[in-house]
Design a protein around this ligand. Structure first.
Ligand code: GAP
Length: 507
């Protein structure tokens, strides 16, 4: 089944996963609120990340830095000078596009015709990936070639920025048919500016952090001096970041306020290549382990031209969202660039002394940098399914139990014969260790459907047989299989099912 984004967005709204921010006032572009189910889902993803990458390891410590830092941090990091995206505007449609995300499908004509006179070159262009560009753009390019009576050479697909200043080529914006409506690429700084203190003067300017990473570098010495860490080790942080994205889009994928889950892993320079490979594979495995198992998840190594000047290797973990293949996380080998920059700008020594080897040097860094909102969106896309149950179509979110917002729902089959009392007692018991819900409203089939849409992996029903043999009915969300479990063992069964321990009757 091909997921349509509209269906997911409307389910998220209807079931309280994600709402547009300040919707009662008409919303605000690029900002989103997580509702009661969404906050549990995103929290479970962040908790799983923290547990697996920080608490379960011996070589990682955590940090929680302030969002506003000394603005010199952003001069050192290069964000004040260079943190901007080249954008192009379409004069006809008033749409704005990121130039580096536009690909053009081009018929390039020779500069001169047979008589040696200049000929024109015509292009069609489309936003999005090269794969997307090929279809509709090809047709439009062919139409244009016909319109202008030009023979076309072999078509090429090429990034817009690479051809933008070739005056033989006319680019047509994604939503128009006329050439020449696009402006030259222009840069916009993406940092949100504010003022600290009473005066709104240049000397009081500060920035909302555009990434959590720099807080880690700025605290490198504090951690080394206080946490008794030895290379190789990492510092991890989860928190809000802010970017004044010119073109927020694709639901939460490109937001102006979002959360990052970042690691800076410090090591000896000669070990950095191996650690880069390790993190590249470990981070990919983390997503598959939590259920992003389909071929939609990919690991893509950057070409030499794509690398930042200080990086010797970078890979992106990408997911094929309904709107195209896009980045979930980047893993970058950053060398000693960041610590060196902060030493230069702060004047402080941020080198490391290896006690055993009696050597002082600047550590190299591997940076796995993930987005909590993008991960949440990918898990939602992957989990969304429509299937047939008892002759009816149901919508179900097949989350891995570890990230499911609600782990189990407890129902009395009917509201009499002592069933609600028993169900409520079991609900209270389970609630001590898990996020569970209680529902006694409506027919049992409707209650199952409600939980399926919320992604609850298990439902437990107290029915008439409970009164005779003290067992309850368990039901599995994905297979809809049902089996009986002694009421006294229900809490243990839930713990086992969530841990992946085999449970009699469940398989
Ligand atoms: N410290 C490196 C860094 O920030 P990045 O590729 O700009 O690298 C890392 O961002 C991750 O943060 C991305 O892979 C993505 O998951 C998330 N992210 C970045 N910009 C975002 C945005 N506007 N909305 C949602 N998530 C975003």
């Amino acid at each position: 089944m091909e997921l349509e984004m509209d269906k997911l967005v409307s389910l998220c709204k209807r079931r309280g996963f994600i709402f547009p921010s300040s919707e009662v006032y008409g919303g605000i572009n690029g900002f989103w609120d997580y509702g009661p189910l969404g906050v549990e889902l995103k929290r479970n993803i962040k908790d799983a990340w923290w547990r697996d990458n920080v608490q379960m390891r011996d070589d990682m410590v955590g940090l929680d830095c302030s969002i506003i830092m000394n603005p010199r941090v952003w001069e050192a990091s290069g964000h004040v000078g260079g943190f901007s995206d080249p954008m192009v505007d379409c004069r006809a449609t008033k749409e704005r596009y990121r130039a580096d995300q536009m690909y053009v499908f081009a018929y390039v004509f020779p500069a001169t015709n047979a008589k040696g006179e200049p000929t024109e070159a015509w292009l069609a262009s489309l936003g999005g990936s090269p794969e997307e560009a090929a279809g509709p753009a090809e047709k439009r390019a062919a139409k244009l070639a016909k319109k202008f009576g030009k023979p076309a050479d072999e078509p090429v697909i090429t990034p817009y920025l690479e051809i933008a200043d070739d005056d033989r080529i006319k680019v047509i914006g994604p939503s128009t048919d006329e050439a020449g409506t696009l402006t030259e690429p222009r840069s916009f700084n993406l940092m949100f500016k504010t003022f600290v203190g009473a005066l709104e003067s240049d000397s009081n300017v500060a920035y909302l952090r555009p990434e959590t990473a720099q807080g880690i570098f700025a605290n490198f010495k504090n951690v080394v001096d206080t946490a008794r860490v030895k290379l190789p080790f990492g510092i991890a942080q989860v928190g809000k970041s802010f970017r004044n994205e010119i073109n927020p889009r694709n639901f939460t994928f490109r937001s102006r306020e979002f959360e990052q889950m970042e690691i800076e892993f410090f090591c000896r320079p000669e070990e950095a290549k191996d650690w880069y490979k390790y993190w590249r594979d470990a981070r990919f495995a983390w997503y598959t382990g939590l259920g992003l198992k389909s071929e939609k998840l990919r690991l893509r190594d950057h070409d030499a031209e794509e690398l930042a000047f200080y990086s010797t290797a970078t890979a992106d973990i990408e997911y094929a969202f309904p709107f195209g293949v896009s980045e979930l996380e980047g893993i970058a080998h950053r060398g000693d660039y960041d610590l060196t920059q902060h030493m230069k700008f702060s004047g402080k020594d941020l080198s490391y002394f290896d006690e055993e080897k009696k050597e002082r040097f600047t550590p190299h860094v591997i940076e796995p940098s993930a987005g909590a909102d993008r991960a949440t969106l990918a898990f939602l896309c992957e989990a969304y399914a429509e299937d047939e149950v008892a002759g009816e179509t149901r919508t179900v979110l097949k989350f891995h139990p570890r990230i499911a917002p609600v782990k189990a729902a407890v129902f009395p089959l009917v509201k009499r014969d002592g069933m609600p009392e028993k169900a409520e007692a079991l609900y209270r018991e389970l609630k001590r260790s898990h996020n569970v819900s209680y529902d006694e409203k409506g027919a049992i089939g409707r209650r199952y459907r409600r939980q399926d849409e919320a992604g609850t992996p298990f439902c437990i029903t107290i029915d008439s047989q409970t009164a005779t043999d003290d067992t309850v009915t368990f039901r599995d969300r994905d297979s809809c299989r049902q089996w009986r479990v002694p009421a006294a063992g229900a809490a243990q069964a839930i713990r086992d099912l969530l841990d992946g321990t085999p449970v009699p009757g469940a398989e």
